[in-house]
Design a protein around this ligand. Structure first.
Ligand code: SME
Length: 162
């Protein structure tokens, strides 16, 4: 059995990826694939990116993801844990989703969740959402890892060619 990678190893793989891929969408697909492969408690991983609706209202739209299909492909900014992270620009960690009234269910197996906003050109442009089948799965080091991923994506989107 192979040993679990250290978070530094995963961060190094992510940094290598960021310099190897040709477009932000490809990078995002690779990030979800890598986290899903490497992090055994990360059971659903997906990006939501902010788009403007014809009404002018912003909405979170599901982007690259790994895991079961979710019913929540479009989430208004005033709904869900996803909406809370996007509208406040702050990471949200929920140790027990059954105790959080904001939670929009994606799978009955989900016990805990982390959502990290992605900033580009000084504003929130999307977020990285991860669900776990384990309660309180997202510790300080997981938060650091997911924030690192969100930062890399934001930096990629900030690049002049993005
Ligand atoms: N649980 C999220 C919705 C997205 S699904 O988890 C994929 C929320 O409460 O916003």
């Amino acid at each position: 059995m192979s040993t679990a990678p250290t978070l530094d190893e995963v961060k190094q793989e992510l940094s290598n990826l960021a310099s190897a891929v040709a477009a932000p969408t490809i990078f995002m697909k690779e990030v979800v694939r890598l986290l899903h492969t490497r992090m055994s408690k990360y059971n659903w991983i997906g990006f939501y990116m902010i788009e403007q609706q014809p009404s002018g209202e912003p909405i979170l739209v599901l982007g690259p993801f790994q895991g079961a299909m979710t019913p929540h492909t479009r989430i208004p900014l005033h709904q869900g844990i996803c909406g809370a992270a996007a509208s406040t620009g702050k990471t949200v960690v929920v140790d027990d989703v059954s105790q959080d009234a904001r939670y929009l269910a994606c799978s009955v197996e989900t016990k805990s969740e982390i959502v990290v906003p992605i900033f580009a050109r000084g504003k929130v442009v999307g977020e990285l959402d991860i669900d776990s089948h384990f309660a309180a799965a997202f510790k300080t080091e997981d938060r650091e890892l997911v924030e690192f991923c969100a930062h890399l994506v934001g930096r990629y989107l900030d690049a002049p060619s993005a």
